[in-house]
Design a protein around this ligand. Structure first.
Ligand SMILES: CC(C)(COP(=O)(O)OP(=O)(O)OC[C@H]1O[C@@H](n2cnc3c(N)ncnc32)[C@H](O)[C@@H]1OP(=O)(O)O)[C@@H](O)C(=O)NCCC(=O)NCCS
Length: 219
C-alpha cells in the first residue's frame, strides 16, 4: 500500500482528497495522504486539511519516492499537462482516481492520471486518454474520444462520437452534440450548447455556442 500524493492543494485538491477517502472506505488503497503545491500557504484558508493531509512540499522540488503514487488535482489544462509531463519525466508514478459511484460501461479505455468524480457516467467504447479530469455528474457518451489533459467540469454532456482535443476545457453544464470535434486547447463556456466543430485554441459560449472575437482561451 502507498501514500496518495495529491498534486495541487486548491479546492480541487480538497475534493480529490474527499473522493479518495470514499475509495478507501470501500477498500483501502492508500495508507496516508499528502498534498504538493508550489504555494506553501495553499492550505492557510482551509485549516481543517492541515491536520489531516500535510502539504509536504512544492511540485517543482518534489523528489519521486517509490512509496508514493500521485493523483492530479489541477484544473487548468495547459498547467496540468506541463506539470504531468515534468513529474513523469522525473520518474513520478501517477494513478487514476475513480470514485466508487462512477459507472464505466463496456469497453471503456481509461488512461493514467485521470480523476473521475462522483456520479460520472462513461458509456460504451469511450476512450479517455491520460490526465483527463471529469467533474461531478458528467456524462461521456458512447464512442467519445477525450484526449490528454482535458478538463470536463460538472454536469457536462458529451454526446456520442464527440472528439475532444488535447487540453480542452469544458465549462459546467455544457452540452456537445453527437459527432462534434473540438480542437486542442479550446474552451467551451459554461452552459454552452455546441452544435458545430470548434477550432483549436478558441473559446465558444452560449446557445448555440459561438466564438466571440477577442476572447482569450483561459478557462
Ligand atoms: C467562457 C468563459 C471562459 C469566458 O470568460 P471571460 O473571457 O473571462 O469572459 P467574461 O466573464 O469577461 O465575459 C465576457 C462576456 O461574455 C459573456 N459570457 C461569459 N461567459 C459566458 C457563457 N458561459 N455563456 C454565455 N455568455 C458568456 C459575458 O456575459 C460577457 O458578455 P458582455 O460583454 O456582453 O457583458 C467563462 O465565462 C466560462 O464560462 N468559464 C467556465 C467556468 C466553469 O464552468 N468553471 C467550472 C466550475 S469551477
Amino acid at each position: 500500500m502507498k501514500r496518495l500524493v495529491i498534486v495541487g492543494a486548491s479546492s480541487l485538491g480538497h475534493e480529490v482528497y474527499s473522493w479518495a477517502l470514499d475509495v478507501n472506505r470501500i477498500e483501502q488503497q492508500w495508507h496516508s495522504f499528502a498534498f504538493l503545491d508550489d504555494d506553501a500557504n495553499a492550505l492557510d484558508s482551509h485549516q481543517i486539511y492541515k491536520s489531516k493531509v500535510p502539504l509536504v512540499g512544492s511540485i517543482q522540488r518534489y523528489i519521486p519516492n517509490p512509496d508514493d503514487v500521485l493523483v492530479m488535482a489541477i484544473s487548468d489544462p495547459r498547467l496540468k499537462i506541463d506539470i504531468a509531463n515534468d513529474l513523469t519525466r522525473r520518474g513520478a508514478a501517477f494513478t487514476s482516481l475513480v470514485h466508487p459511484s462512477v459507472i464505466l460501461a463496456e469497453n471503456v479505455q481509461l488512461g493514467t492520471g485521470c480523476v473521475l468524480c462522483p456520479h460520472v457516467v462513461v458509456s460504451c467504447d469511450a476512450r479517455i486518454e491520460e490526465f483527463v479530469s471529469i467533474n461531478l455528474a458528467s456524462t461521456i457518451g458512447h464512442d467519445v474520444h477525450v484526449r490528454t489533459g482535458s478538463t470536463i467540469s460538472s454536469h457536462v454532456d458529451l454526446m456520442g462520437f464527440v472528439n475532444l482535443g488535447v487540453g480542452v476545457f469544458v465549462g459546467s453544464h455544457a452540452a456537445v452534440l453527437p459527432n462534434i470535434t473540438v480542437g486542442d486547447f479550446a474552451v467551451l463556456g459554461a452552459g454552452s450548447v455546441v452544435l458545430r466543430n470548434v477550432r483549436t485554441s478558441t473559446t465558444v459560449m452560449g446557445v448555440p455556442a459561438k466564438q466571440i472575437a477577442g476572447f482569450s482561451n483561459k478557462p
